[in-house]
Write a protein that binds this ligand. Structure first.
Ligand code: G
Ligand code: G
Ligand code: MN
Ligand code: NA
Length: 253
């Protein structure tokens, strides 16, 4: 399979880049964070979306190298941006299921933060529900370790995984990200309205932050504000953009 070899070389040959998608406070449109999104530019194949290579990387074990590259790059960037005088918001990083279950994540994150002198409050890790259900007790241990380091923890694609809700009360989570599939057909789809409303109510009553993903329209924005969701991420505000464009959105200290 062609991609595997190419993927193996991609890190060394610096073919990955990170884009940053702003996360917005719906009350004043200020930027409260950003999600780091990986892009792969292969000289032969062109730009390959993560939906095509992340699954391959997970199957072949290369995902740990990719996740580590992302963590290093984000921490390096944060430190550099701060040196340049930017007011840097929290950056969210996607951690793959396979890497999360590996028992080495927390130690690895600690070493990377230390190496780049990056403060843990500026990092959020996004994991999916499936990751937790794979091995709830191990996930719990790993999350606790990360939380004790001051890292924030979010459940990505919330509502799409096969999971029990009981983990929400036992695990040290900070935020739920409402999956974009529940947002995209608002306001037309009454079922999606109901599901989004329920997730927001659940998060708010459990003391978790909630952010809507994939917000594209003013109507969606209105609906979510009215239901008590304070934060959003989506094309209505910005897609993921290269580092220099992201920096132009930040204020200087
Ligand atoms: O950016 P885009 O919508 O194409 O991302 C598609 C999928 O790839 C999403 O599910 C997203 O979580 C995942 N993804 C994007 N960037 C990263 C990354 O840096 N690491 C991992 N593990 N997954 C990522
Ligand atoms: O699974 P995850 O939530 O990490 O995936 C995030 C993906 O969603 C990114 O690849 C990003 O490009 C995509 N995305 C972000 N905002 C929007 C949006 O408003 N509309 C659509 N269709 N996709 C979006
Ligand atoms: Mn994500
Ligand atoms: Na998501």
């Amino acid at each position: 399979f062609l991609m595997v070899g190419a993927l193996r070389n991609a890190i060394e040959n610096q073919q990955f880049v990170l884009h940053y998608q702003p996360q917005i406070d719906l009350r004043d449109n200020s930027i409260i964070g950003a999600e780091a999104l990986i892009r792969w530019n292969d000289p032969q194949m062109g730009t390959i979306p993560p939906s095509r290579f992340i699954p391959v990387a997970e199957k072949t074990g290369m995902i740990q190298n990719i996740d580590r590259w992302v963590l290093n790059t984000v921490c390096h960037n944060i430190h550099q941006w701060q040196q340049q005088g930017y007011r840097v918001p929290r950056i969210s990083i996607n951690i793959s299921a396979r890497h999360f279950g590996s028992n080495i994540l927390a130690d690895e994150v600690a070493a990377i933060l230390d190496h780049h002198q990056c403060s843990s409050e500026l990092i959020e890790l996004e994991i999916t529900e499936g990751v937790i259900m794979n091995n709830p007790s191990r996930a719990g241990k790993e999350l606790k370790q990360l939380r004790e380091m001051g890292i924030r923890l979010a459940i990505d694609d919330f509502g799409t995984g096969y999971s029990s809700l009981s983990y929400l009360k036992t695990l040290p989570l900070d935020r739920l990200k409402i999956d974009q599939s529940f947002i995209s057909d608002i306001p037309e789809d009454k079922n999606d309205q109901a599901i989004s409303r329920a997730i927001i109510a659940l998060a708010n009553s459990l003391g978790l932050e909630v952010i809507a993903e994939g917000m594209e329209t003013e109507q969606q924005r209105q609906f979510l504000i009215e239901e008590g969701c304070l934060y959003a991420q989506g094309f209505l505000f910005s897609k993921g953009v290269p580092e220099h464009s992201f920096l132009s959105l930040l204020k200087k200290v």
